[in-house]
Design a protein around this ligand. Structure first.
Ligand code: IPD
Ligand code: CA
Length: 266
């Protein structure tokens, strides 16, 4: 049997092939009603998920899929761990043709984020496959990657404020000062991948809205690249993999960098 990471990489390749040419077209937008994660499932989401489910069945990889649209699906008896699937992260970008969306697949041996052993994020617009396995580091297209060091020329900060309440925006005020260059890109998993390869220093989402499907692969990528994934109190983030779970998080190249950014220091 292939290694888990190879299964995730191949499943990501199947997603890429299945949605090729779809972004920004009417075909991408077709409405399939609300998925298990609570958002409207678009044709591009459903097409991508189906490609993964078909591949997993064909390859005989026994696991329980926790998909953002399809929900819980047992594959080949469902004896293994959990495959956490956000087949298209950044669906709104993909539907409108904004070239920032990805697939996000992770594997966990237990029912929590901290049980994740492998993750793969594939940039579906620009290309590039980010992968990480516990204890083995992170790679981009097979080459090792790591988070940026402590003194970046520009302090690059991914910030998710989509649909944020006034209370959440108030908590972020300090971040707009100091040397922070804030960016809002619209696909959390891919932003975490950019952090893992040193292009962003911090990624902040304090909306308490994000599902674990959206961050499962990014979580292990950031950690294996030498970074940290924290909760809003700056402690290590952990959470159950259930559909009801919603988290806030700060991912960063280090805890010191996270604090510096949150305080808007210098
Ligand atoms: C979305 C993206 C986006 C975030 C949304 C998520 P989806 O994921 O991660 O950055 O603002 O909250 O729902 O729905 O495209 O998989
Ligand atoms: Ca999605």
């Amino acid at each position: 049997m292939a290694e888990v990471i190879d299964i995730l990489k191949e499943a990501s390749a199947r997603i890429r092939d299945s949605v090729e040419g779809m972004a920004g077209t009417e075909r991408a937008a077709g409405d399939f009603g609300r998925g298990a994660g609570g958002d409207i499932s678009r044709n591009i989401d459903v097409t991508a998920e189906r490609a993964v489910l078909k591949y997993l069945e064909e390859s005989g990889f026994s696991c329980v899929v926790l998909g953002e649209e399809c929900g819980r699906v047992e594959i080949c008896g469902g004896d293994g761990g959990h495959l956490i699937m956000d087949a298209i992260d950044g669906s709104a970008n993909a539907v409108r043709g904004v070239p920032f969306y990805c697939s996000s697949l992770a594997y966990a041996e237990g029912g929590r984020l901290s049980n994740i052993t492998d993750g793969v994020v594939t940039d579906l617009a620009m290309g590039g496959t980010y992968a990480a396995s516990r204890g083995k580091g992170a790679t981009l297209d097979g080459r090792p990657i790591s988070v940026h060091g402590p003194d970046p020329i520009y302090r690059m900060v991914g910030l998710n404020t989509s649909g944020a309440t006034p209370e959440t925006v108030a908590k972020l005020q300090n971040m707009f000062g100091g040397g922070n260059h804030t960016r809002h890109m619209g696909a959390n998993a891919l932003e975490m991948a950019l952090l893992a390869c040193g292009q962003l220093d911090v990624m902040v989402d304090l909306r308490k809205k994000i599902r674990v499907q959206d961050i499962a692969a990014g979580y292990i990528l950031v950690k294996e690249a030498g970074g940290v994934v924290l909760d809003e109190d700056m402690g290590p983030l952990d959470a159950g993999l259930g559909y009801e779970t919603r988290v806030s998080f700060v991912a960063a190249s280090s805890t010191g960098m996270a604090r510096q950014v949150m305080e808007g220091a210098g």
